[in-house]
Design a protein. Structure first.
Length: 226
């Protein structure tokens, strides 16, 4: 599903709970980051890195350790950028050569309603109004979860370009479903703070896509070179 939401230049690998990647081994450098974690957290940490290493192989890059850097961002091999995500029973990684995109962000969430109270602290008033309209049109879709995932993807695309925090309230995201189709569509994020400089041009918006399949919400954001 993730691969279908990204340009052809991006290599994406995903794994569900029954995939052998879910039992992928960790490199010694990675083990220190989950030494005290519970078994579930360790498996997710390993599985998503297994996905990333398989993506490296597809790009012709020797598989290597992926350690955690500042604010939890993964450190990629020279010449690559990417993003990883995992939720209960699902994980994915997306990698691309630095010459093909400026940044990429992906996120996956279970397709269910957000816990009570989360939306009130995460969504802008305008976003909440748009969610209410979408819920009236397609009540079977958990739009709040899709928007939450979109905000995560926006942040993952933002951070490598700025090395700064982006609050949930600092991006106003509009979800647009494909007319007459299944649960899939596009997203547009207006940045409410000064955006990153890409190729000497300041970007004030990001664009991406979303889809729901097999109980999983997936969102992606790609930032092209100016």
């Amino acid at each position: 599903m993730i691969e279908e939401l990204l340009p052809e230049s991006v290599v994406a690998v995903e794994a569900h709970r029954d995939d052998p990647l879910w039992d992928a081994p960790l490199h010694p450098e990675e083990q220190t980051f989950v030494a005290r974690a519970v078994a579930k957290r360790r498996r997710e940490f390993a599985a998503v890195r297994g996905c990333a290493r398989r993506a490296m192989e597809k790009l012709g890059v020797p598989p290597q350790a992926i350690v955690t850097g500042e604010r939890g961002a993964p450190r990629w091999p020279d010449g690559l950028i990417g993003s990883m995500t995992h939720c209960d029973g699902y994980c994915a990684a997306a990698l691309v050569r630095v010459g093909d995109l400026a940044s990429v962000g992906i996120d996956a969430e279970p397709h269910g309603p957000l816990p009570d109270g989360v939306g009130a602290t995460v969504f802008l008033p305008a976003e909440a109004e748009r969610l209410a309209r979408l819920a009236g049109q397609r009540p079977a879709v958990h739009w709040d979860r899709i928007l939450f995932s979109a905000k995560e993807s926006v942040y993952k695309a933002w951070y490598p370009l700025t090395r700064k925090w982006l609050d949930f309230s600092e991006a106003d995201i509009t979800l647009s479903p494909h007319p007459g189709g299944g649960p899939a569509g596009t997203l547009h994020a207006e940045l409410l703070v000064p955006g990153p400089l890409v190729g000497g041009h300041r970007l004030q918006s990001f664009d991406g896509r979303w889809a729901v399949r097999d109980g999983v919400v997936a969102t992606t954001v790609v930032v092209p070179h100016a």
